[in-house]
Design a protein around this ligand. Structure first.
Ligand SMILES: Nc1ncnc2c1ncn2[C@@H]1O[C@H](COP(=O)(O)OP(=O)(O)OP(=O)(O)O)[C@@H](O)[C@H]1O
Length: 236
């Protein structure tokens, strides 16, 4: 479904990602693990078309994404919830979630159905619909951010550290939402710096260190790997 082949990205003349190769199959949950500054956000932003690679190929359903702007990448079925959530403070929760649905018209699934699915994933949001974006906790903002991405009906959802900075009390709610997204058959590529946050049903782990993939394997293999133990926090 998504195939990344030897992707390299420079920012302001500095090499940030080098020769990244990675695959996500339909319906799979793939986790990109690495410490802060390893390059996880840079990779997700490049996949979304927010950064241009220096070299390499990104294929989505067999077609190159090179040069497409972020809204075109989203139209092709890739959604993104950034680490900072990026909820619009001046819009209500309902407006934030509906925002942009017109950019992905679909005759099979009208916007109302896609929005309804987003509320099914995070039922608590129904009670906050009228609340302003500026009046939300970090966990509520995270739910709105993921729900907004879901309302565009992505087949692949990119989640950048969805648990980062959240209160422990809200983490199970976000984890349950991710589980229901997975149950709906959508694929997820999730960046994470803490191995304890990785769902046990993850299909594949990639570990990124200083802009390079240094490990690819199962969660059990990752937990047993001495190199992974050095670069990923949360390993017991
Ligand atoms: N706009 C930028 N200008 C210069 N350097 C940048 C820029 N964006 C990212 N970097 C650098 O690229 C490297 C990778 O950053 P990135 O944000 O991708 O890491 P990360 O793994 O997502 O970590 P974090 O969780 O801390 O965001 C870091 O060294 C960072 O300082």
């Amino acid at each position: 479904m998504l195939s990344v082949d030897r992707l390299s990205v420079d920012i302001a003349g500095t090499s940030i990602l080098r020769d990244i190769s990675l695959d996500v199959a339909a319906g799979e949950i793939v986790c990109l693990v690495g410490r802060n500054g390893a390059g996880k956000t840079t990779l997700l932003r490049t996949l979304m078309g927010q950064l241009a690679p220096r070299a390499g190929v990104v294929l989505w359903r067999g077609k190159a994404l090179a040069g497409l702007p972020p809204h075109e990448v989203a139209r092709r079925g890739i959604g993104f919830s950034p680490e900072e959530s990026e909820v619009f403070a001046s819009l209500s929760v309902a407006q934030n979630i509906a925002f942009g649905t017109w950019t992905r018209p679909s005759r099979e699934r009208p916007a109302a159905d896609r929005i309804a699915f987003a509320y099914e994933v995070f039922p608590k949001l129904v009670t906050y619909m009228a609340r302003g974006g500026a009046e939300l906790s970090g966990g509520e903002r995270k739910m709105v951010s993921i729900a907004r991405a879901l309302a565009l009906d992505p087949d692949l959802l990119l989640l950048d550290e969805p648990f980062e900075g959240l209160s422990p009390a809200i983490i199970p709610t976000i984890a349950a939402g991710i589980a229901s997204i997975r149950a709906s058959g959508r694929a997820i590529l999730m960046a994470e710096s803490n191995v304890q946050h990785i769902p046990h049903y993850v299909s594949l782990i990639y570990v990124i260190e200083r802009g390079e993939i240094v490990f690819r394997g199962s969660l059990a293999a990752a937990r047993a790997d001495p190199l992974v133990r050095q670069v990923a926090s949360g390993l017991a």
